[in-house]
Design a protein around this ligand. Structure first.
Ligand code: GSH
Length: 211
């Protein structure tokens, strides 16, 4: 299998964490994602992934799987241990809902293409874009904090083992710090992120800051 990735990308980090939790190694190809000349914008990469996004996973049979949550669930199916989704239906739905609350409602408003589009508008500079990111992360994680707090039963979002919810939450907490937000304002999230950071699969695959 081959993973198209970028080390700055939170969505990439989700897949790398899932692979590491499973003990799976894959070939990696780095795709640049910032600037007009980014590899992600080139026709060669768009021919592979029309969305021009990382991560994307090429399977051994030549199928390309896009979207980090679909990739994580694919990995979970081909390598079932340790499971990344709870088996109990309500817990399973909750883990997915926390993952989606971050991936679809927070992160989707923040990637490089959104920042580039905002900066192309009149009177919008780097500080306005940073403020935009802080706003959506603050509002989004404050809601996620309340969602988790009212049904948490263990050290992670669901119980005592990391699931897809923690795999998506942890990189977003790292991203929040990147724009100057202190996770201490979300005590439950901060505690869970601390438990994640103690696991090498999380700590070693956290997204890095752009240079
Ligand atoms: N919903 C997608 C998001 C993918 C995404 O936005 N990836 C970013 C990096 S985190 C990217 O490739 N950005 C390129 C761009 O914005 O131009 C997923 O979960 O995989």
């Amino acid at each position: 299998m081959k993973l198209y990735l970028n080390e700055v990308s939170s969505a990439t980090a989700r897949v790398r964490i899932a692979l590491a939790l499973k003990g799976l190694a894959v070939e990696e190809e780095r795709i640049t994602i910032f600037g007009d000349d980014a590899t992600s914008r080139q026709p060669e990469f768009r021919a592979l992934n029309p969305q021009g996004l990382v991560p994307a996973l090429l399977t051994d049979s030549g199928a390309l799987i896009t979207q980090s949550l679909a990739i994580v669930e694919y990995i979970d199916q081909i390598a079932p241990e340790p499971p990344l989704l709870p088996t109990e239906p309500e817990e399973r739905a909750f883990a997915r809902s926390v993952a989606l609350a971050i991936a679809a409602e927070i992160h989707a408003l923040l990637p490089p293409r959104v920042g580039a589009r905002l900066r192309s508008l009149p009177s919008v500079g780097a500080e306005e874009v940073a403020s935009w990111s802080r706003h959506w992360i603050s509002e989004g994680l404050s809601a996620v904090e309340r969602l988790i707090a009212r049904r948490r039963t263990g050290r992670f979002v669901v119980g005592d083992r990391p699931t897809i919810a923690d795999i998506v939450l942890f990189p977003q907490v790292v991203g929040a710090a990147r724009v100057g937000l202190d996770a201490a304002q979300w005590p439950v999230i901060a505690e869970i992120a601390g438990h994640c950071r103690a696991i090498p699969a999380f700590a070693e695959n956290a997204p890095v800051s752009p240079k």
